[in-house]
Design a protein around this ligand. Sequence first.
Ligand code: ADP
Ligand code: MG
Length: 330
Amino acid sequence: ESVVNRIAAGEVIQRPSSAVKELVENSLDAGASTVSVTVKDGGLKLIQVSDDGHGIRFEDLPILCERHTTSKLSAYEDLQTIKSMGFRGEALASMTYVGHVTVTTITEGQLHGYRVSYKDGVMENEPKPCAAVKGTQVMVENLFYNMVARRKTLQNSNDDYPKIVDFISRFAVHHINVSFSCRKHGASRADVHSASTSSRLDAIRNVYGASVVRDLVEIEVSDEDAGDAVFKMGGYISNANYVAKKITMILFINDRLVDCTALKRAIEFVYAATLPQASKPFIYMSINLPSEHVDVNIHPTKKEVSLLNQERIIEIIKNVIEEKLRNSNT
Ligand code: ADP
Ligand code: MG
């Protein structure tokens, strides 16, 4: 049974960067205003995510890493919401089957926190009282220690650290009221260091630099007369002056970081047709629509999504971008 669990867990947590993404999403779900990430050996040796969120109650610690344990699903109606956010209560559990997980946490009003380690879904020991400031720190050590082939592949391939930095950069652009940092273990300088701000452009400047911000224009559209299918989109796109080797597409749907290949292709197409000299744009786009209109297909933790009425939505977005580019080009 433990082999089956391990294989399943290795599907949910495919690489160090997927573990980081899940941990950071947990911190954000816990209402954190500061999230700090530390990584050693591309995440294979150590991933540490610390937040100042609401913490985990003592009585919840024993089942924290059991599969399907989630505090984010209170009513049956929420089942619709699951669809938009992938499977629930799988991430932490999965990490305990393929790595060594230690959680340190304190909840509001407590004098001390607790530290506890997990293995294969269960606590390895009783939670030990310890000093703690606010929130939660999750440490994952020796990821894939029991998956020899996976570990080898990851060791030989390019280090996952750039992917981790990329994820944190994207989160920092969307969650502008949260401070993020991401560094290699022992490094004095952080590779992402984004202070909380009230300005989206400041956040983008913090992470991607002033030269990117200079070439951005704002886009916005809402579609509220299509029956109950309320659709809103806002963001920034690069103009004719932005020239890059590859497209940067930061897409959040209902505040979840996702990929939508069809939408990305459509946007690339508009740029190629409108601004061939700047056809690899920088795009930050946040879309909100009823959660039952978002379908996480393929696999629970794959970021790829498809949307109900996808063609219509893509058409609307294409038109908005095209108009914006034509206007900013003249
Ligand atoms: P999910 O996020 O889908 O609920 P996870 O396995 O990622 O499942 O986490 C399980 C549960 O552990 C969460 O529902 C939450 O209650 C708790 N949890 C995990 N990380 C944190 C954190 N950083 N702060 C507070 N609670 C957390
Ligand atoms: Mg989670």
